[in-house]
Design a protein around this ligand. Structure first.
Ligand code: NAP
Length: 288
């Protein structure tokens, strides 16, 4: 059986690596902060001392990292993935990054004879735990075909979108829409509260009609109770809005709503809410 590497054991990476181990795949894990490998090691995973060590030891290595800077550092940095990329090795990046970062990583890996698949995911902590993510792959088709069985342990829908960059752009478009929906929900609840409406009534009305959706259902209750268990950190939502605006600049597509939503999330990050769930945006939207 092929040996898999997994780099980046944050909220998503831990859950995804756990599912691979539980499915019986041999997995070698690495995380920048070493304490986070312990749970996986107890489940049977091996620990590598660097991304290069994981890449050297494994046939195919996955990464789930915070942002473009982290994805670049883990690939191009000292003891990075690239230094151990040799002919036939596979590298799969689940991180949400811009298409340029993904393409640069892809070109560098393939120039060394490796195979690359970008594979950002839609779905949060719970879908990652339950193996029901939507995985947006693009890149090396042979790697995709080879990886379908393990990817099916992580996701309920695995798409192959063609050229590297298409997965990154798809993910950015989807999360841009999600950021706007969250901002609209927070403003609606804040306005409703000021207008003496019951928040639970607002959520019920939303859920009964054409605006019903799992996001409002999932996050509405937490906002109402002022309780924000972190599934998707607010700082990552702001990063995705920034990536959407950069893409909008490149494509000459005006995004005035997203620009305003980004300012809201930037304000929330500045207010110290970056590590909280992105639904904590409500704390800055609601004015006394
Ligand atoms: P997270 O909990 O913040 O984890 C981030 C991971 O990146 C950690 O392992 C962290 O290592 C690592 N990292 C950060 N900077 C690094 C650097 N310079 N070098 C090496 N490693 C670095 O984030 P997450 O929620 O798992 O999200 C991971 C990615 O998936 C992000 O791109 C996010 O946008 C995307 N995503 C998240 C969700 C979600 O709901 N959470 C859903 C879909 C997609 P340390 O432990 O050392 O800090």
């Amino acid at each position: 059986m092929k040996q898999f590497g997994f780099l980046g054991l944050g909220i998503m990476g831990t859950a995804m690596a756990r599912n691979l181990v539980k499915a019986g795949y041999p997995v070698t894990v690495w995380n920048r902060s070493p304490g986070k490998t312990e749970e996986l090691e107890q489940l049977g995973a091996r620990r590598a001392i660097s991304p290069a060590a994981a890449m050297a030891e494994c046939d195919i290595t996955f990464a789930m990292l915070a942002d473009p800077a982290a994805a670049r550092e883990v690939c191009f940095g000292a003891d990075g993935v690239l230094s151990a990329t040799t002919t036939g090795k596979g590298y799969v990046d689940f991180s949400t990054v811009d298409a340029t970062t993904s393409l640069e990583i892809s070109c560098a890996v393939t120039a060394r004879g490796g195979r690359f698949l970008e594979a950002p995911v839609s779905g949060s902590k719970k879908p990652a735990e339950e193996g029901t993510l939507i995985i947006l792959t693009a890149g090396d088709r042979t790697l995709y075909d080879e990886l379908l069985p393990p990817l099916e342990k992580l996701g309920k829908k695995i798409l192959y979108l063609g050229e590297v960059g298409n997965g990154a752009r798809m993910k950015i478009v989807i999360n841009m829409i999600m950021g706007g929906m969250m901002a609209a929900l927070c403003e609606g609840i804040a306005l409703g509260e000021k207008g003496d409406l019951n928040v639970s009534d607002i959520l019920q009305v939303l859920d009964a009609g054409a605006l019903a959706n799992p996001l409002f259902r999932l996050k509405g209750g937490g906002i109402m109770a002022d309780s924000y268990t972190t599934a998707f950190p607010l700082k990552h939502m702001q990063k995705d809005l920034r990536l959407a605006l950069e893409l909008g600049d490149k494509m000459v597509q005006p995004l005035p709503c997203t620009a305003a939503v980004n300012e809201l999330f930037k304000g929330a990050k500045q207010a110290g809410l970056g590590e909280e769930d992105f639904s904590a945006l409500f704390k800055v939207v609601r004015q006394p």
